[in-house]
Design a protein around this ligand. Structure first.
Ligand code: URP
Ligand code: ZN
Ligand code: ZN
Length: 467
């Protein structure tokens, strides 16, 4: 059945205008005023509402064995939560540990997602060890349509790679034209600082930030950039959290290193005082890199508005209260992660666009269009154009609500943004032409989501591919 979205105001990364959108099958077939729809067309009245391209979360964890436990969401719960919040595509980190076989891991992650996701998805393939099999395995994974890698400079002996492994990964990535995403913290410094703090009896969540100070992230960011420069690979720093790391990234960009920068929802809204709360309240806000001094928040907003931070993800990673309490005796055992797949769009709108910190087009760009372009999903995703997938968000800027664990759809027993007001909400969300969400409720097809296969696009000899 065709779908006509009538009378809304379309907002993209570049433009803003009133128009109807006609969807035939899975794609947008016409954009114009007073479009005449064929019989049997479902008409959605979007008057008074904004219409955005479906939002893309470039950094989520769903299946995640980590820190002696597993993140709580399934693809079913996370994808519905994503859609209710306006996210129609996510890119999941496929993270087998250093002791697992990479290809087995890749098949396991695909199998977990297939048939279980209500929205579309892709993977970043984590390289957590580089041995004799890795080269052939990564080539196979890229041929299968997973055209981005992930490396962790942190998490020594678990996900973390050493400098030789980073060099080999980036050398292969440059040859294959694949972008490499990186968690940039110096693993050795974190490990040494953790041991020192614990030896001094400093065991509470408030010591997590001092164990991973800003300089440790800046060092990781700078080192990643140096390795990109020498290998001529293209990189993407994930979840950048502070001014010194931003300076290292911008310095690299200005040297011509092909480096893109992501920051994530918690770092725009929460500061270290959340993690310094006593006991479980602090533990709920432990993630890495950690929540930082408040002075960094404005720096991140400014850099986002200026386009120095390219994209906004979530690093969605739900661990419940019982799991967080695994770290009751030592902050080093608190499972790291703050969920946000459901809240990202509404909170960035409310505290960014509505408060005048973020231009509406940069908002669409950073949360949809730029991740689509960076990760080889455009023009199918991230734009409203004839022939693009009809992933559309009809957005109500007049809705008023409050974030709460009581009403969330993420599988967790708390919400890191509890009590935050929101001044907006998706009214209707479609995935390839099918209505999946109406007014905060999932009403669609639970297995609608498809894996998005992507082509490599970052070859050594070519210039930057993204504006
Ligand atoms: O604290 C975080 N970020 N947890 C998830 C793992 C990671 O580093 O991305
Ligand atoms: Zn990370
Ligand atoms: Zn992550």
């Amino acid at each position: 059945m065709a779908l006509l979205i009538k009378g809304g105001e379309i907002v993209t990364a570049e433009s803003r205008y009133h128009s109807d959108i006609l969807v035939n099958g899975e794609v947008i077939s016409a954009i114009g005023t007073d479009l005449v729809a064929p019989p049997d067309t479902e008409v959605i009245d979007a008057s008074g509402k904004l219409v955005f391209p479906g939002f893309i979360d470039p950094h989520v964890h769903i299946h995640l064995p980590f820190m002696a436990t597993f993140a709580k969401d399934t693809h079913a719960t996370a994808s519905k939560a994503a859609l209710i919040g306006g996210t129609t595509t996510f890119v999941e980190m496929c993270c087998p540990s250093r002791n697992d076989d990479a290809l087995d891991g890749y098949h396991l992650w695909k199998q977990k997602a297939e048939g279980n996701s209500a929205c579309d998805y892709a993977f970043h393939m984590a390289v957590t060890r580089y041995d004799a099999k890795t080269d052939a395995q990564l080539r196979e994974i890229v041929r299968d349509g997973t055209a981005s890698f992930k490396i962790f400079l942190a998490y020594k002996n678990f996900f973390g790679v050493d400098d030789e492994e980073m060099f080999r990964t980036l050398t292969l990535a440059a040859e294959l034209g694949v972008i490499t995403t990186a968690h940039c913290e110096n693993a050795e410094l974190v490990s040494q600082l953790q041991q020192l703090l614990l030896a001094e009896g400093k065991t509470g969540p408030e010591w997590h930030q001092p164990s991973r100070p800003e300089a440790v992230e800046a060092e990781g960011t700078g080192r990643f950039a140096t390795f990109l420069q020498q290998t001529k690979a293209t990189g993407y720093v994930v979840h950048l959290s502070c001014a010194p790391a931003l300076r290292a990234a911008v310095d690299a960009k200005m040297r011509g290193v092909r480096l893109f920068v992501e920051s994530v929802l918690p770092h725009f809204l929460l500061d270290r005082t959340y993690a310094e709360r006593a006991g479980i309240e602090g533990m709920k806000h432990i993630m890495s890199p950690p929540l930082r001094d408040k002075r960094n928040l404005q720096v991140l907003w400014d850099a986002l508005q200026a386009g120095l931070i390219d994209s906004v993800g979530t690093d969605h990673c739900p661990f419940d209260t019982e799991q967080k309490l695994l770290g009751a005796k030592a902050f080093t055992q608190i499972p790291n992660g703050i969920p946000g797949i459901e809240e990202r769009v509404n909170l960035m709108w409310t505290y960014g666009v509505k408060r005048g910190l973020l231009d509406i087009h940069r908002f669409v760009d950073a949360l949809s269009t730029r991740p689509a372009r960076l990760f080889g999903l455009a023009p199918r995703k991230g734009m409203i154009a004839i022939g693009s997938d009809a992933d559309l968000v009809v957005y109500d800027p007049h809705y008023r609500g409050t974030i709460s664990a009581r009403t969330q759809h993420t599988n967790n027993d708390y919400n890191g943004f509890e009590g935050f007001a929101i001044e907006c909400r998706p009214s209707v969300v479609t995935v390839r032409g099918k209505v999946q969400v109406r007014d905060g409720a999932f009403v669609g097809q639970p297995d609608r989501g498809r894996m998005l296969r992507r082509e490599p696009q970052y070859f050594k000899s070519e210039g930057p591919h993204v504006r």
